[in-house]
Design a protein around this ligand. Structure first.
Ligand SMILES: Nc1nc2c(ncn2[C@@H]2O[C@H](COP(=O)(O)OP(=O)(O)OP(=O)(O)O)[C@@H](O)[C@H]2O)c(=O)[nH]1
Ligand SMILES: [Mg+2]
Length: 736
């Protein structure tokens, strides 16, 4: 998703420094030429949100809005007052309704605002909402801004924001985005910066994901980000939203640090409204799942719960390794103490584990970030750091895992100094559930499929006297003998038109494609059992010819009911005429069910061999390819690299997993490291290649996150000057 998509999606507001707004108000030029004067006609008593986001508004109480002319729909987020008597501390999160709108009276100048409020520090706990571009679901995040006090924070983050995108469920693009926004006190005023995932550590509990946001620029001057803030009324309506676009505080005085939200473009109103509708739906999420499901069903014909039961995408990151440490023994009576540094602890692993109790990937709709713990740093006295905590991702049987990682790591076989811990590989894993069933029970809704499964196995599917009781396939293990078992899946009911997506069952037909045997249950008490039987067969055929070709058993069920037993003979004759011998059962009373089990098993044995070849997915089930990919990356040679030349910037970028990993793992705090690094550059041919390509004195050479100046010295060709590409990076020393 491109940043523009987000912007267009819903958030036509911009956050502004108060200074900028004030300048605009005075006729000067603000940071944004489009900012409107803050001093404007008074607000209507209750600012209709139509002015803002096209919703009926009642409650702009928590985030007071001010000075917004209805036609311009310009609003201001007022800061919350500080705690009385302590102007330096932000007030605790204010309950709704406490803060009042400022500037309601006509002509009341901003400057005349109650001074008690002017010591305001910031907005705290502003709930954020955002969507992925056009996504169906919105996200909840939190905006926790605190007073920024120059000097005190010393360049540290002073504010933090997380935006989470629980994403579009079914398709395209990244599904989840979590953005952390830090606001820094810099030499030229405050800057906001969204932190890319690499810079988060395990404690952050949030993952930044969305490379397209363009957030990872190192240039603070130009830092741009698109993030959305939304406030909610107690009723759950979104009442204000904001796009934070180049949030920049340039006020000299902290008291001026204020956020102004305005509506830059009325044309966007329509689009916005749509999005707000989305928000509303999401607000109900949780307490009104049914409604949501219905909404989604209208759209796609199938509840979301079914559309995503068998696919999921999760983010996983192995823990970073702990740093090693160099130490030397210094003891009174030990004249030459040896090295005594300890190794850093291994980062935790992320495991995928099969959990037989699960039968869908639905849990991954909610939780999808799995990050293993970081290894502890080594210590002196040979004390190794503790291992990072492992994380286990539980998946149902039959889940195929595919990783789409771009590993950022390479290899390191170089003698140890004190290395930095290796970064744990991170990746998005695509999970797909492929039901591992030998036998699939198919049939019309309410025929008794689940009842049959419960009769022949220990499974306890929900059984009820209405169609579509079963929404997700249930699996049961049927044991005939200690070494004779089969897995039986009870699939959701099939309706006429299922192959075209009517009803629910078609979602599962592709799963029945993997079964070796089908058991077709017919409701004997139905009006026309033969018709029902034919209709289901037709659906199977229309969906996939491979399905009708599967061996199957017909089970005429509910024989305990007179209307069923009355018609049994005619049904049986009709099928016999087609060369078929149906079974009859009362699944409810467990009569006739064992015969069905044996018949199915007999066919299964014959089919098993053939099925092995047919089910190509069986082979892809090997999860090792994920591990293999990591291994391959890790063993990539250091001398396997490419060099890219950016003429305009006089920059040479060395790209290679091995050498980049080396850079990442080197602890530049040690002077030894630099020497070693130069040896490596020499040894693996980077220097030679650069010279061959025509590198010149003063050119920049970039490897991984490291930048250097090329420095021709007659005697030591490899001499380098380290520079830092990123002021915030800790690992680059400044050598001169
Ligand atoms: N009398 C009688 N009722 C049965 C029998 N088998 C199932 N039923 C009843 O039929 C109704 C539907 O049974 P289920 O097993 O839920 O049917 P299903 O085919 O799984 O239905 P869906 O999941 O909705 O497709 C329930 O009320 C069962 O008690 C039977 O052999 N005799
Ligand atoms: Mg059922």
């Amino acid at each position: 998703m491109a940043p523009a998509a987000v912007a267009a999606a819903a958030f036509p507001f911009r956050l502004f420094s108060d200074e900028a707004a004030r300048r605009t108000a005075k006729g000067g030029r603000g940071k944004r030429g489009s900012a409107r004067p803050v001093k404007s006609p008074p607000l209507p008593p209750a600012l209709s949100s139509a002015n803002v986001i096209g919703r009926s508004a009642t409650t702009f109480t928590r985030l007071p809005l001010r000075d917004a002319a209805p036609e311009s729909a310009e609003v201001t987020l007022e800061r919350f007052p500080t705690a009385p008597g302590n102007p330096e501390r932000a007030a605790p999160a204010l309950p709704r309704g406490i803060v009042q709108r400022l500037g309601v009276e006509e002509d009341k100048d901003e400057e005349e605002v109650d001074p008690a409020r002017r010591g305001a520090t910031a907005v705290r706990r502003l709930h954020l909402r955002d969507t992925t571009g056009g996504g169906e679901r919105a996200a909840i995040g939190q905006f926790d801004a605190r007073a920024a006090r120059r000097g005190l924070n010393n360049g540290r983050a002073i504010s933090r924001q997380m935006v989470e995108h629980p994403g579009d469920d079914d398709e395209e693009e990244e599904e989840f985005v979590v953005t952390r926004l830090d606001i820094f006190e810099g030499s030229k005023g405050r800057k906001a910066r969204a932190v890319p995932p690499e810079e988060l550590d395990e404690d952050d509990g949030a993952v930044v994901f969305d490379p397209d946001y363009g957030l990872d620029s190192d240039d603070e001057e130009e830092e741009e980000f698109v993030t959305a803030a939304n406030e909610w009324s107690p009723a759950g309506d979104a009442i204000a939203s904001a796009k934070l676009d180049e949030l920049e505080y340039d006020g000299e005085d902290d008291d001026d640090a204020e956020v102004v939200v305005y509506h830059p473009d009325d044309d966007e109103e329509e689009e916005e409204e749509e999005e707000v509708g989305v928000f509303e739906g999401s607000a109900n999420d949780g307490d009104d799942d049914g409604e949501e499901a219905e909404e989604e069903m209208k759209e796609k014909g199938v509840p979301a719960v079914m559309r995503c039961f068998d696919t999921a995408r999760i983010y996983s990151k192995a823990g970073d390794g702990g740093n090693g440490v160099v130490a030397f023994r210094r003891e009174k009576y030990v004249p030459h103490g040896g090295p005594s540094g300890g190794d850093g602890g291994r980062g935790g692993n992320v495991y995928v584990e099969v959990d037989g109790d699960m039968n869908s990937l639905l849990p991954f709709r909610k939780s999808l970030h799995y990050r293993a713990g970081r290894g502890a740093h080594g210590q002196g006295s040979q004390m190794a750091g503790a291992k990072g905590e492992d994380v286990v991702v539980k998946v149902p049987p039959g889940t195929v895992v595919r990783g789409n990682a771009a590993f950022k790591t390479g290899t390191n076989k170089v003698p140890r100094i004190a290395e930095k811990g290796e970064k744990g590989p991170e990746m998005w894993l695509d999970l797909e559930l492929k039901l591992v069933a030998d036998v699939g029970i198919v049939g019309a809704p309410n025929a008794g499929k689940s009842t049959l499964l419960s009769a022949i196995s220990a499974a306890k599917p929900t059984i009820a006297n209405y169609p579509f009781t079963t929404l997700l396939p249930n699996l049961g293990v049927v044991s005939l003998d200690f070494d004779a078992t089969m897995v039986v899946a009870d699939l959701p009911g099939l309706l006429e038109g299922a192959h075209r997506g009517y009803g629910l069952g078609h979602e599962f037909l592709r799963h029945s494609e993997r079964c070796s045997v089908l058991v077709h249950v017919v409701d004997g008490s139905g009006e026309q059992p033969e018709y029902e039987y034919e209709a289901v067969r037709l659906e199977l055929e229309l969906f996939s010819p491979a399905l009708v070709d599967k061996p199957y058993i017909v089970v005429y069920n509910k024989m305990d009911l007179p209307e069923a037993s009355d018609r049994w003979n005619s049904f049986r004759e009709k099928l016999q005429a087609q060369g078929f011998e149906p079974y009859c059962t009362s699944a409810l009373n467990r009569q006739g069910t064992q015969d069905v089990v044996y018949a199915a098993y007999k066919i299964l044995q014959k089919e098993r061999q053939r099925v092995k070849e047919v089910e190509e997915w069986n082979n892809t089930q090997n999860l090792n390819h994920v591990a293999d990919a990591i291994k391959r990356e890790r063993s990539s040679a250091m001398n396997d690299f490419e060099i890219v030349h950016d003429k305009g910037a006089n920059t040479w970028t060395v790209v290679g997993a091995g050498i980049e990993r080396f850079v990442q793992m080197t602890n530049w705090d040690y002077t030894e490291s630099l020497k070693r690094f130069q040896h490596v550059l020499e040894a693996c041919g980077v220097n030679k290649t650069l010279v061959k390509l025509g590198v010149k004195e003063g050119d920049t050479v970039v490897i991984g996150e490291m930048g250097m100046f090329w420095n021709e010295e007659p005697k030591r060709v490899a001499a380098r000057t380290m520079i830092s590409r990123d002021d915030d990076a800790v690992r680059w020393p400044k050598f001169s």
